[in-house]
Unconditional design. Structure first.
Lengths: 581, 294
């Protein structure tokens, strides 16, 4: 019996390989397992290898594992490409008429079972259901109860009619029966799940959901991997809550449309990835200058330029922090898990309206697309704070100019929204005075710049997404620092090292701008060595820390970088740490 | 609360700022015409938003009294769309130059036209980049000498009227700064029109465009509104007319009243403004959505 294993399905892109993974992950979730599902795909619709791996465990997991224990292969290419990850004792189920086909590429000690997945599907109603046969075969190998999948199949295919549901159930059961009672593989069976109700979602889903709960009523976006799923999730949902989705002609239109809506009093967002984010730079500064709230999600992928559209990276940090000309205030918030994508997206709208500024939600492909188990979401933690909006008595007589940009101690001035009598003003990207009128007066210029930057001296966050968290000893031999989706691999590496007796702490930063520099400086000072772990080539977070914390002596601050398009495995981080401990 | 004003005069739509346009600039007349149209419609300045572009023309945002948004170069269309969708009770008017709308912002113009959002767009077309000192613009005539083409422009000009018709505008008019009263009527019609309305205005730049002057236009422009036989409901005829007359027409060129607006087509779009919605909702609603992830 296993408390954890990794299952993978591989085949040609465009054949619905993913649906095998989705059915299995939904079933596993209902049985009370934790999962972490990761798809590897390329920018191509039909053809080319794709795989979907699910790490299944009886405790929370937020990273890929080093090895694959079960591979459902719809072609030999899938075996060849993933053989290096197959452990001795792993099982490959290959779509083959022969019960034990010759498959030397699988490697030594790997058990190979031939199951005619396509053939079985054809017999029960159509080759299109080969994925369901594969899912059934997988359920059998893992020792899962077949009945657990009946409802799920009905939910998934119910809209297509009873016939389709029945056919898919037959396919699932046929696959299941073929491998049920495979005594030779009984070691792969999973310990029973705890049956607790949990949820599985991607970070993109969660960000869409968080935005909705956080009061977002308009998204303007232009399709781009890996951010489109945020818009996709909101497309059916927003209209139910009186909101709108606009697919714009480009990302410049997307952000400016959202800024217009935000200026007019609607919580609005856009979601994009590197190439689109680059197009948004001028408008980002515009939002900062007219002090309009707007939320921009950047689900980072491998750059520069078109880079590797379907591959993971965290290389937009500099752009998020420094992009756009001029001294532009902004808030950058990086959720580490799907849960935090939910709370972070919701909170981003509070921050945007409270500080009247662009808020960038810094996601990455791994947190955006990986399917993660979420224990629960606590909606009472999402409080809507619309920031300073002028009350009728604060507004002027109808024909007077309203001081929309009034100098205040906090730097935040009450907003008037179009439609409010007495709130007339000019909102312009040109430098302006308190009423919004254009001026290049030197004294005003300095005061206005200071006012805009003053808003961010301290940013308070919802405690569901703290600025930075620390695990492990306060004065460790090794302090690991990261941001975004590296949370899972770092947490796991730290736990494993700690079990080996090492003194290792893990700090994870959510608020990248303004950076919680004080607490970071004190933790960094107490650690013997500091390792900044991130998925980019220049060590962008490490450079930020050096710049902001200054005192961190160069020899004690190391970078561990990975920029090959794939997220860290916990073991990779461990290896680097072991060399330094 | 707002005092209800029965009648406003054009002066009620003037800010304290003194226009800084060069004496004789066509943009003065556009401002005056807009103020006349607004007074005629008795628009409430608090419920009107003027979205202005960047350029000499864009300064209009500082001079017209309403909620006023001065955007980045070329992006009036998406900003105006965002404002209108956020609060459908507002009257949203965009205004900018030919460089702003047909150069850097051309993409947005075409898409705004085909969406048919209920906004009005006034382009102050002086066939030159004024604010940056007289470079070639997308509407500069072939052979015109500009600061960036001292031997004459070699890019064939954009023809905004044809382009607008093909893009699907549902209200198309062209005015001339030499006749602000007529222009005011065209702007008024545009604001009243349900859907996307373009008013292209020949607004001479007296400083940098020595070809397309007031006199040049006066000699050539034909007012379609004076022609009883002209039917602005006929798209094909409108297209033929602007081609035949080489765009040198004024008046209402085309109007379609049977095309649904974007707002009418948006799924779930409600009659009350989104901006007026209460956002804090019963957590039970969210729990129902969460269950979809179980
Ligand atoms: C992105 C960007 N590029 C360039 C400029 C400089 N710029 C300001 S106005 C303008 C052209 C204005 O021409 P037009 O829109 O025809 O307006 P006009 O000044 O003639 O009224 C340019 C190029 C800018 N503000 N922003
Ligand atoms: S430069 Fe031309 S467009 Fe600009 S204000 Fe002067 S006359 Fe008008």
């Amino acid at each position: 019996m296993r408390s954890e294993l990794t299952w993978m399905v591989g085949g040609q892109q465009g054949e619905g390989i993913e649906s095998t993974g989705y059915v299995l992950s939904a079933g596993l979730n209902r049985l009370g397992y934790h999962i972490y599902g990761y798809r590897t795909f390329s920018s191509r619709i039909k053809g080319g290898h794709t795989n979907f791996r699910i790490r299944i465990a009886t405790r929370r997991v937020l990273a890929n594992s080093d090895h694959v224990d079960v591979l459902i292969a719809f072609d030999r290419d899938s075996v060849r490409r993933n053989a290096a990850q197959l452990t001795p004792g792993a099982v490959v189920v290959i779509d083959d008429e022969e019960a034990h086909p010759q498959l030397p590429e699988a490697g030594d000690g790997v058990r190979v079972l031939g199951v005619p997945l396509t053939g079985i599907a054809r017999d029960v109603g159509g080759v299109i259901m080969k994925n369901m046969v594969g899912a059934g075969a997988s359920a059998a190998l893992l020792g899962l109860p077949v009945d657990a999948f009946d409802d799920l199949i009905a939910e998934r295919f119910g809209s297509k009619g009873e016939k389709v549901v029945e056919a898919n159930r037959r396919a699932f059961r046929a696959g299941y029966e073929r491998l049920a009672g495979q005594a030779a593989c009984s070691d792969l069976r999973l310990e029973a799940g705890d049956g607790r109700r949990r949820y599985t979602m991607t970070g993109d889903d969660a960000a869409g959901f968080g935005a909705l709960v956080g009061g977002c009523r308009l998204i303007a976006a232009y399709p781009i991997t890996p951010a489109s799923d945020i818009m996709h999730w909101l497309v059916p949902k927003l209209p139910q809550f009186g909101g709108v989705v606009v697919q714009t002609e480009d990302e410049i239109a997307a952000i400016t449309l959202a800024v217009g809506a935000g200026y007019a009093g609607v919580r609005a967002m856009t979601a994009t990835s590197g190439p689109g984010f680059s197009l948004m730079m001028e408008a980002l500064g515009y939002a900062g200058m007219i002090e309009a709230p707007v939320v921009i999600v950047d689900v980072q992928r491998a750059g520069p330029s078109t880079g590797m559209p379907t591959k993971h990276e965290q290389s937009d940090l500099f752009e998020m922090l420094y992009g756009s000309h001029g001294d532009l205030p902004r808030i950058v918030l990086a959720p580490a898990t799907a849960e935090e994508c939910f709370y972070g997206a919701a909170e981003a709208f509070n921050l945007a309206e409270r500080y009247q500024t662009p808020v960038i939600l810094a996601m990455d492909l791994a947190v955006g697309l990986a399917i993660q188990t979420v224990d629960d979401l606590d909606f009472s933690r999402v409080k809507i704070d619309r920031g300073l909006v002028a009350a009728p008595e604060e507004l002027g007589p109808e024909d007077a100019d309203f001081k929309r940009y009034r100098f205040t101690d906090s730097g935040i001035s009450p907003r008037s929204l179009p439609g409010m009598p007495g709130g007339l003003h000019l909102a312009t990207g040109l430098e302006h005075d308190e009423t919004g009128h254009i001026t290049e007066d030197r004294r005003n210029r300095v005061r206005m710049t200071d006012k805009r930057l003053r808003k961010f001296q301290s940013v308070e966050l919802n405690d569901a997404i703290p600025p930075v968290t620390f695990d492990g000893p306060e004065a460790p031999d090794l302090l690991l620092l990261g941001w975004g989706s590296t949370y899972g691999p770092l947490a796991e590496a730290r736990e494993r090292l700690e079990r080996q007796g090492a003194s290792v702490a893990h700090g994870h930063i959510r608020l990248l701008e303004p950076l919680p520099a004080g607490v970071l400086a004190s933790r960094i000072a107490q650690a013997r060595r500091v390792v900044v772990v991130e998925n980019n080539a220049r060590g962008q977070l490490a450079r930020l820390l050096r710049q902001e914390i200054g005192t961190a002596d160069k020899d004690r601050l190391h970078s561990v970088l990975k920029y090959d398009g794939t997220p860290f495995l916990p073991s990779e981080i461990m290896r680097e740490c072991e060399a330094m401990l | 609360m707002a005092t209800v004003i029965d009648r406003r005069s054009p002066k009620d739509y003037a800010t304290d700022a003194a226009p800084w346009w060069c004496p004789g600039c066509g943009d003065f007349a556009v401002l005056r015409a807009l103020q006349m149209a607004a007074a005629d419609l008795n628009l409430d300045p608090a419920r009107t938003v003027l979205v202005a572009g960047i350029g000499c023309s864009g300064k209009i945002g500082d001079y017209f009294r309403s909620y006023s948004v001065h955007v980045v170069h070329g992006r009036t269309m998406p900003v105006a769309t965002g404002i209108k969708l956020a609060n459908r009770d507002l009257t949203v008017i965009a205004a900018g130059g030919d460089g702003d709308g047909y150069g850097i912002g051309l993409n947005h113009f075409i898409h705004a036209a085909r969406r048919n959002v209920d906004i009005t767009y006034i382009v102050m077309d002086n066939k030159v980049y004024g604010l940056t000192k007289g470079q070639t613009s997308p509407t500069t005539h072939l052979g015109s000498r500009t600061t960036s083409a001292p031997t004459g422009a070699i890019d064939r000009p954009i023809t905004p009227l044809r382009m607008a018709l093909v893009a699907g505008v549902t209200y198309l008019a062209q005015g001339f700064s030499g006749d602000p009263k007529h222009l005011a009527r065209l702007i008024k019609g545009a604001i009243q029109h349900k859907g996307f309305a373009l008013v292209n205005v020949y607004s001479p730049c007296v400083t940098y465009n020595k070809i397309n002057t007031y006199d040049w236009y006066k000699e050539r422009l034909v007012n379609l509104d004076d022609d009883e036989s002209y039917d602005p409901g006929n798209w094909q005829a409108a297209l033929n007319t602007v081609i035949d007359k080489d765009d040198l027409v004024t008046g209402l060129i085309y109007r379609a009243t049977d095309v649904p607006t974007y707002e009418e087509l948006l799924p779930g779009y409600r009659p009350e403004p989104i901006a007026a919605q209460e956002l804090q909702r019963d957590p039970a609603e969210w729990a129902k959505i969460l269950a979809e992830f179980a």
